[in-house]
Design a binder for this molecule. Structure first.
Ligand code: HEM
Length: 401
């Protein structure tokens, strides 16, 4: 019989279309924190799955992100994707200060202005897709390019450098054991690139996000050069792949559920509600992200988490918690709108969620509008799903119209 105290090995490599990972479902059914072992890192971790428990871990200062950096923390990628100076691994009050200053770059007014830039990029990508098909690969024409172009455009990166940015991001998010060196080199090169860019923008500010971060003030407080460079780098990395896989995944679900697509066409005012429900429903990543370390003993869900223990939360299972969402496995845009956890929760919730929503609204809204007969160009069973990164998305999404 298995030792009840032993950690459960969790490769979290499940990639069957967008079906919910059965190993996560099983861990969720235990309804209490469970010990897990991930492919990389020298320690086991607790996994917390329920909405309320995830909310507690992500808002309780007894769980520290900063403390993971002193150790080889449990994770899915060979190379840690964060540096000690990036916001994802800084605790309050330092992180709150950085987030307050960075939020100046994402005020509603700035995001509205960004919407115009996103719409222009989307239209030109959809022009290219229309010229190439039907059929055409929506992943290649839209999902792979819009988020990357958007963040590059917003950061004011020269167009000639866009392909390089994409390569770096891809190298850093790969999960293969042979990719460690490439990931470390990519991280160092990107860091140097942004160092130079910040210098430039201090000398000659523009209308871009880096200049906005450099100018952000909270009373007398401001970001120094290094902080701006690291924030820009973090935005670049975080801004790429999440939105890329969500554009493909959301489109895939819409194309697989004609009633949803029909609803969007007949009631475009429900776009945001439909997107939020799909964000909640879609398991857009594998397993878990960045853990925390307990700074003292904490009693939670019937177990004692000891000081020094690692703890992972699953936003995916929290989004399917039946105590929070009625019939959570069903897509129902008319359900009572309750915040989901796809953008995270608490002290490290996605800093750019308003920008991400604007991207999705523009991309999906314009796609549905422009191609009324949009449909999958191959049977859904023929789609190939990513197995090389921590995300879940179709590698190609051939569509016709
Ligand atoms: C649909 C698209 C997106 C999704 C689903 C998403 C989701 C998330 C999630 C789950 C987190 C982590 C929460 C945690 O660590 O506990 C996060 C953090 C973050 N995201 Fe996003 N994100 C998206 C788009 C973006 C974009 C476009 C950007 C930048 C332009 C961005 C920038 C960030 C940053 C900087 C953080 C770190 C915040 C912190 O640790 O304080 N995200 N996001």
């Amino acid at each position: 019989m298995a030792d009840p105290g032993a950690a459960i090995t969790c490769p979290f490599d499940f990639s069957e279309a967008l079906d919910f990972d059965p190993s996560l479902a099983e861990l969720m059914a235990r309804d209490r924190p469970t010990r897990i072992r991930l492919p990389y890192g020298d320690a086991d971790a607790w996994l917390v799955t329920g909405f309320d428990d995830v909310r507690q871990v992500t808002t309780d200062h007894r769980f520290s992100r900063a403390a993971i950096m002193a150790r080889d923390y449990p994770r899915l990628t060979p190379e840690p994707i964060v540096s000690p100076e990036s916001i994802n691994v800084i605790d309050p009050p330092r992180s709150s200060r950085l987030r307050r200053l960075a939020s100046h770059a994402f005020t509603p007014r700035r995001v509205e202005r960004m919407r115009t830039a996103i719409a222009e990029l989307t239209d030109s990508l959809l022009d290219e897709m229309a010229a190439a098909g039907p059929p055409a690969d929506l992943a290649r024409h839209l999902s792979d390019r819009l988020p990357q172009q958007t963040i590059c455009e917003l950061l004011g990166i020269a167009r000639s450098d866009w392909p390089r940015m994409r390569r770096y991001a891809h190298q850093m998010l790969a999960t293969g054991p042979d990719e460690r060196e490439a990931a470390a080199t990519a991280k160092a090169e990107l860091r140097a690139y942004f160092g130079e860019l910040v210098d430039e923008r201090r000398r000659a500010p523009g209308n871009d996000l880096i200049s906005a971060l450099a100018a952000a003030k909270d009373g007398e407080d401001a970001l120094d050069d290094q902080e701006v460079a690291v924030m820009a780098l973090t935005l670049m990395l975080s801004g790429h792949d999440t939105a890329t896989c969500e554009i493909s995944n959301i489109t895939y679900v819409l194309l697989s559920r004609p009633e949803l697509m029909e609803r969007l066409r007949s009631r475009p005012d429900t776009l945001t509600a439909v997107l939020n429900e799909l964000l909640r429903f879609i398991p857009f990543r594998k397993g878990v992200g960045i853990p925390r370390v307990a700074l003292e003993d904490v009693q939670m869900g019937g177990v004692r988490i000891r000081a020094g223990d690692f703890i992972h939360v699953s936003y995916l299972t929290a989004n399917r918690d039946p105590q929070r969402f009625t019939d959570p496995g069903t897509v129902d845009p008319d359900r009572t709108p309750l915040p989901h956890m796809t953008f995270g929760w608490g002290g490290h919730r996605c800093i750019a969620a308003p920008l991400a929503m604007a991207e999705l609204e523009v991309a999906v809204g314009r796609l549905v509008n422009r191609f009324p007969g949009l449909r999958l160009a191959v049977p859904a069973q023929e789609l190939r799903w990513d197995t090389a990164t921590i995300r879940r998305f179709p590698i190609e999404l051939p569509v016709a119209w």
